[in-house]
Write a protein that binds this ligand. Structure first.
Ligand SMILES: Nc1ncnc2c1ncn2[C@@H]1O[C@H](COP(=O)(O)OP(=O)(O)OP(=O)(O)O)[C@@H](O)[C@H]1O
Ligand SMILES: [Mg+2]
Length: 225
């Protein structure tokens, strides 16, 4: 489903020094596989997920998504592939502020293979416990509620791969447990692969054989962050 080879990204620090943030020689996920990566703050987790999704251009390397080389595509085809195959739960949610909760999920679906399906969008929002907040705008929600909208939006398209960036970081234990269970359940229902990154031991503990991001990301070798 996902194969990453020699994926690299560096950033220019304010002092002009170039800092290697991601250097992943090899990482792969099989269809339906669920993997959690543990990494401390600043270790490059979000950057890694942005590179996989093609939101950020890599300096080098390959991302193969369901047989298509994402990294070889132009922006328009990459956007289309992302909308078709990928569900992304952003660490910072990225909800559209001018649209209601329901509209956010429906709009997310409209670019995907299923098209806008209000009934399904509503069902997903009910599953994250927001059936009573459909007409609210993001700014009228608590942070944890916004996070749950982001979860519903990412899963509504039945993507083949779900990337989850600290998807329960703003939720209390009860809602975190429920959101995580929902993410895993929906992925299982559709045979989707799940890649989750987190520094929350409670979340990581739910995944048998979670891995340390430092084992995968060679840029972390011996560099303080
Ligand atoms: N646009 C950028 N320009 C310069 N440096 C950047 C940029 N984006 C990220 N970085 C640096 O890359 C490093 C990794 O950032 P990233 O957001 O990937 O970390 P993270 O593991 O997701 O952390 P957290 O757990 O806090 O979300 C940080 O040291 C950050 O300062
Ligand atoms: Mg991050």
């Amino acid at each position: 489903m996902l194969a990453v080879t020699d994926l690299k990204k560096s950033f220019l620090a304010p002092d002009g020094e170039r800092v290697d943030i991601v250097n992943v020689p090899a990482f792969a996920l099989a269809a339906g596989e669920q993997v959690a990566l543990r990494g401390e703050s600043g270790s490059g987790k979000t950057t890694f997920l942005h590179l996989i999704a093609g939101i950020l251009a890599a300096d080098g390397g390959k991302v193969l998504l369901d047989g298509t080389e994402m990294t070889a595509l132009g922006e328009a085809r990459r956007d289309r592939l992302r909308a078709e195959k990928l569900g992304y739960i952003f660490q910072t949610f990225n909800l559209l502020q001018g649209y209601t909760v329901l509209e956010n999920v429906v709009l997310g679906m409209s670019f995907g293979p299923r098209g806008a399906d209000r009934a399904h969008a509503r069902e997903m929002l009910e599953r994250v416990g927001l059936g009573h907040r459909l007409d609210h705008f993001p700014a009228q929600l608590s942070t944890g509620q916004q996070q749950r909208v982001a979860v519903a939006r990412a899963l509504a398209n039945r993507p083949k791969l779900v990337l989850a960036d600290e998807p329960t970081g703003n939720l209390d234990r009860k809602h975190a447990g429920e959101a995580l269970a929902l993410i895993r359940e929906v992925c299982r229902e559709h045979g989707a692969a799940l890649l989750l990154v987190s520094h929350d031991e409670l979340v990581l503990g739910q995944f048998e054989g979670h891995r340390d991001f430092a084992e995968i990301n060679q840029a972390l070798k011996g560099v303080p962050r």
